[in-house]
Design a protein around this ligand. Structure first.
Ligand code: ATP
Length: 304
């Protein structure tokens, strides 16, 4: 059974079509990155999975259940949610906040101090939240999401306000949870650095699914080139490669189809005078830009 299953899901708010025919099957232990511009439908998708709103049409199933049904109370215990721009009661200490949320969720308060340790807040556990920095509040938000050892974790902009080390710590924690069988959906506008921690990306544009798959799947779908940068003395490229090369004083840049990456690399390695060779594969950011731009181009064509 998939942990999350969306079939032909549509969501309309008065006059606004926020999601169109969305399909999603998310197996256990998978980390899904949900990406899209402002208003693309990411929060709507998360709210549907949490059961906070119902679909206008189509079917949403979480652990095999309809999350909007009242019997879904037990289901919510299996979920952890970190919302964007998290805010807490400023007068309470971090530990008090966490215990409060544990009671609301109906889980034991015993593990609260341990959770604060896990997110690096043990020293600040007994300080009032009003003295916390933005990153510390975000960590507290993450601890709150982890209450009750959730089986499905939904994280909206989880690394906002975190410094680079804390961001790395955060992703390491996600990796550990994944290895323990937790399924994770994370929305983010910050793409660099995310790709190595997600199994699959889903890119939304104006409520439509633009692309979905592993980084390799997306690279194949987008068919963007690999880019080589070469430096050396008097480099003479074979004619068929020279035709696609851009030469400046310092280096040669060469775009080749991904399918020809290895054969090109072998040819370049045997060039005399080669001092340095870098290869850049399309990053998640490159792919995201490609799919968003493709949707824009298709819409422009349809309107002209
Ligand atoms: P962001 O990155 O800005 O958070 P998002 O991808 O999460 O955006 P959603 O919040 O899901 O986007 O919004 C999708 C669309 O639905 C937007 O056009 C938004 O204006 C609209 N929308 C969301 N909530 C409502 C609502 N309660 N009433 C009317 N329209 C809404």
């Amino acid at each position: 059974m998939n942990i999350v299953e969306l079939q032909q899901v549509e969501k309309r708010y008065q006059g606004v079509s926020a999601l169109k025919q969305l399909n999603l099957s998310l197996p256990q232990g998978e980390v899904l990155g949900l990406f899209g511009h402002n208003g693309a439908g990411k929060t709507t998708t998360i709210k549907l999975i949490l059961g906070l709103i119902g679909a206008s049409s189509g079917q949403v199933r979480v652990f095999g259940e309809d999350p909007t049904q009242s019997e879904a109370r037990n289901l919510r215990r299996k979920l952890g949610f970190l919302q964007e721009n998290v805010s807490f009661y400023d007068q309470l200490t971090g530990l008090e906040v966490l215990r409060y949320f544990a009671r609301l969720k109906g889980v034991s308060t015993k593990g609260c101090l341990g959770l604060l340790e896990q997110v690096g807040l043990e020293q600040a556990a007994k300080r009032r939240v009003k003295t916390y920095s933005k990153g510390m509040r975000q960590r507290l938000g993450l601890a709150q999401a982890l209450l009750g050892e959730p089986k499905l974790l939904l994280l909206d902009e989880p690394t906002v306000g975190l410094d680079p080390i804390a961001t790395q710590d955060f992703y390491r924690r996600i990796e550990q949870l994944k290895n323990q069988g937790c399924t994770v959906i994370l929305c983010s506008h910050v793409l660099p650095g995310v790709e190595k921690y997600i199994d699959r990306a889903l890119i939304l544009g104006q409520g439509e699914l633009l692309a979905s798959g592993s980084l390799n799947d997306l690279r194949q779908q987008a068919d963007l080139p690999a880019t080589f940068h070469l430096q050396g003395n008097n480099l003479q490229l074979p004619d068929h490669l020279a035709a696609n090369a851009v030469v400046d004083q310092k280096q040669i840049q060469l775009n080749v189809a991904l399918t020809e990456k290895m054969s090109t690399m072998q040819q370049l390695m045997s060039l005399s005078g080669l001092e340095n060779l870098d290869v850049h594969l399309p990053s998640l950011e490159d792919l995201y830009t490609h799919f968003i731009a493709s949707q824009g181009a298709i819409k422009q064509e349809a309107n002209s």
